[in-house]
Design a protein around this ligand. Structure first.
Ligand code: NAD
Length: 487
């Protein structure tokens, strides 16, 4: 394919060196529709080299003390923070997200991921029990597992990749990471500062490419005993199948169809702006985004009026404009898929109150070919509709009415997913009752996306297997051994 402007060409990072690849994939700037970057189209050969480098680096890295590793992680955090603006600009251009979101969420969180695990790794203790009657003491030891395979999606590129790299290397593993082929740039930028941070060659290897070629080669590699994956439920099924012959340890962080339940005693002045944010932040491309809003009948009309008014305040357009709230969706295909959901809902008799097909979308001249879509609110939609059952992963949310607590719990649980939910009510007893019964790995009440990285993160049902967090990631990325001493 002929390209008019000079393209950014990425290279794999293997054994501490940048290595060119024999073939490349085009990567698009979602806000202009232009190809601007070429990403290595790695396969078995590149994965083989990366796994070998990671295996070679393992003995030295795994025998360093947690304190030594912690210091390196902190240095890496400082270096990313030093270049925060460059990372944020790159993430916004590569992913389509607003510069504001990249500056305030993605990159600060990537920095914090390294700082957090640099600290938490120093504070784990293992167990010990005694059996005086038989003269035995038992204790446990935890050791890194080996080469960790890390596969991440395109919605929060550096944020989610570092959420895996940081705990994996803090625990003493070495890694082969494969970011999404659609958003590889910030991972490549991070590789450039690893040496300066003191990360020895081979500890972090990054292989770029598609899921089918590079991802699957990593999943099938016999010397990669664990895979930490964040992405869609469909891909997770494939990964589970492919890794089964090797009995690999898997952590699967998958999709969601997250409900917000709004009772008539909710503080709407807090609830409405937060629920607009939980529906449309990052173009609705966050696994934790709300996409089913259940509102108690008595406040339904008032809620809708105020919710739509608030949603309309969100400006859609050029992601590098700091006043923009909604940037571009990741790809042309994804935009088409999200738009089709709206069409299907309309065909089933649902009504679109604002956004797609209803309001005009005015874009600056440079963004006419970008993949933009207005925040869209759908009503009069049945619980069985695909818009209420399937993950849309775009700026689309459905609002429906409910009458009783019992009814709304059943309806909220009536999907295959179970990642996150929000509950809005000023009745403390009700908040506890509902939170306990929701089939959801995370429940936020009277707030959204308030995270303490110490606590388990992950979903139930089709939203995942396993949890990540301080203790959970430590347990996933280490192997435990019980030792019994008889005296
Ligand atoms: P995806 O499953 O298509 O891809 C995710 C990653 O897996 C990419 O790097 C991709 O190249 C790779 N991959 C694809 N096929 C593969 C295969 N056969 N073998 C190995 N690797 C393969 O997901 P996506 O479209 O990039 O991301 C969106 C999805 O991720 C949504 O479903 C979203 O909910 C989910 N997600 C979940 C969380 C969470 O923490 N639960 C966070 C963010 C995103």
């Amino acid at each position: 394919m002929a390209h008019s402007k000079a393209l950014l060409v990425l290279e794999n990072f293997i054994g501490g060196k940048f290595v060119p690849c024999s073939s490349y994939i085009d990567s698009y700037n979602p806000s202009t529709g232009d190809v601007y970057c070429r990403v290595p189209d790695s396969g078995k050969e590149e994965v083989e080299a990366a796994v070998k480098a990671a295996k070679d680096a393992f003995p030295v890295w795994s025998s360093k003390s947690p304190l030594e590793r912690s210091q390196i992680l902190n240095k890496l955090a400082d270096l990313i923070e030093h270049d925060l603006e460059a990372f944020a600009q790159a993430e916004s251009k590569d992913q389509g997200k607003t510069i504001t979101f990249a500056r305030t969420v993605d990159i600060p969180r990537a920095v914090y991921n390294f700082r957090f695990f640099a600290s938490s790794i120093l504070h784990h203790v293992t167990e010990c029990t005694e059996m005086p009657a038989v003269g035995c003491v038992h204790y446990t030891l935890r050791a890194p597992v080996g080469v960790a395979g890390l596969i991440s999606p395109w919605n929060l590129p550096l944020y989610l990749l570092t959420w895996k790299i940081a705990p994996a290397i803090a625990c003493g593993n070495t890694v082969v990471a494969k970011p999404s082929e659609m958003t590889s740039v910030t991972a490549w930028m991070m590789c450039k500062i690893l040496e300066k941070a003191g990360v020895p060659p081979g500890v972090v290897n990054v292989v770029f490419g598609t899921g089918a070629k590079a991802g699957e080669a990593l999943v099938c590699h016999p010397d990669v005993p664990l895979i930490s994956f964040t992405g869609s439920t469909l891909t997770a099924q494939r990964i589970t199948e492919k890794s089964a012959p090797h009995c690999k340890r898997l952590s699967l962080e998958l999709g969601g169809k997250n409900p917000a339940i709004i009772f008539d005693d909710a503080d709407l002045s807090q609830c409405i702006p937060t629920t607009v944010r939980s529906s449309f932040a990052n173009q609705g491309e966050i696994c934790l985004c709300t996409s089913r809003i259940f509102v108690q009948r008595g406040i339904y009309s008032e809620f809708l009026k105020r919710f739509v008014a608030e949603a309309k305040k969100w400006k859609t357009g050029n992601p590098s404009d700091p006043t923009t709230s909604v940037g571009a969706l990741i790809s042309k295909e994804h935009l088409e898929k999200v738009r089709n959901y709206v069409k299907k809902a309309q065909a089933e008799g649902a009504r679109v109150l604002c956004g797609e097909g209803v309001d005009p979308l005015a874009l600056p001249p440079g963004n006419q070919k970008g993949y933009f879509m207005l925040p869209t609110v759908i009503v009069e939609v049945k619980d069985e509709s695909c818009c209420m059952q399937e993950e849309i992963f775009g700026p689309v949310t459905c609002v429906v009415a409910f009458d009783t607590e019992e009814e709304v719990i059943e309806r909220a649980n009536g999907v295959k997913y179970g990642l996150a939910a929000t509950v809005w009510s000023s009745n403390v007893g009700r908040v506890h009752r509902v939170a306990r019964r929701l089939q959801s790995g995370l429940v936020w009440t009277n707030c959204w996306l308030v995270r303490d990285l110490n606590l388990p993160f992950g979903g139930m049902k089709a939203s995942g297997i396993g949890r990540e967090g301080a203790k959970d990631s430590y347990e996933f990325f280490t192997e435990v051994k019980t030792i019994t001493i008889k005296h």
